[in-house]
Design a protein around this ligand. Structure first.
Ligand code: ADP
Ligand code: NI
Length: 204
């Protein structure tokens, strides 16, 4: 598996080299690191397989699909000569890590750890930076007038501040592992503080 990890590193580094919406190579590196940290506490599953899932988890994300990237993860795995059962496990795990489309019951113990790591990277200071980068690239507003009042806001408003209420502030309660839950606390609080200051400045 070590050899495949090296190949995956090169593949993902190249594939995400021009990514500016927060799904760049450094996101994959952080998810690997966070996954390993969680694994060290939880000791669930094979750390080498965790590393592979962390590296490959965003390859097939349709948000990131571009004209240049016509090859899917499956194409790459076939090209690498990966065994049938490892290939199936990787395809199922990477397809189900996503917040929007994932089915949690299909995830392996290793992928549950990577999902926590991926969510941690969407929270805290880094998560805030990624959300605004993604929002700008997808052409959405920073904030609409009513988005700062959770009761008044239009749920479909689609601003980046609305995305905090729609998704980022619920992540802490969706963590799979005890370690992930603990790590999510500080990042969650930081996002709350950020929104609090944002509201304060908005009203000045
Ligand atoms: P998942 O694949 O788990 O659904 P996403 O790929 O949707 O996760 O999200 C990954 C990153 O993109 C996160 O940092 C998230 O905040 C950001 N993101 C996704 N959708 C939006 C959005 N509508 N506005 C701002 N940021 C977003
Ligand atoms: Ni990701």
């Amino acid at each position: 598996m070590e050899h495949l990890i090296k190949e995956a590193e090169a593949f993902v580094k190249d594939r995400f080299k021009e990514e500016v919406t927060g799904h760049d190579w450094l996101h994959m590196e952080r998810v690997r690191k966070l996954s390993f940290l969680i694994w060290e506490h939880e000791r669930a599953g094979d750390p080498l397989y965790i590393d592979l899932v962390a590296l490959l988890h965003d390859v097939d994300d349709d948000k990131l699909a571009s004209k240049e990237h016509t090859h899917t993860l499956k194409d790459w795995l076939i090209n690498m000569g990966v065994q049938q059962d490892l290939m199936q496990n990787l395809l199922t795990d990477t397809a189900n890590i996503s917040y929007r489309k994932g089915i949690r019951s299909l995830l392996s113990p290793e992928a549950l750890i990577v999902q926590d790591a991926d969510r941690l990277d969407a929270m805290g200071a880094i998560g805030i930076a990624r959300a605004f980068a993604y929002g700008a690239k997808s052409g959405q507003m920073i904030c609409h007038k009513d988005d700062l009042n959770d009761r008044m806001r239009d749920k479909g408003s689609g601003s980046t501040v609305a995305h905090f209420y729609d998704k980022l502030l619920v992540l802490k309660d969706l963590m799979n592992t005890k370690t992930g839950r603990e790590m999510a606390e500080e990042r969650h609080e930081f996002m709350q503080d950020f929104l609090c200051q944002f509201k304060k400045e908005w009203k000045e």
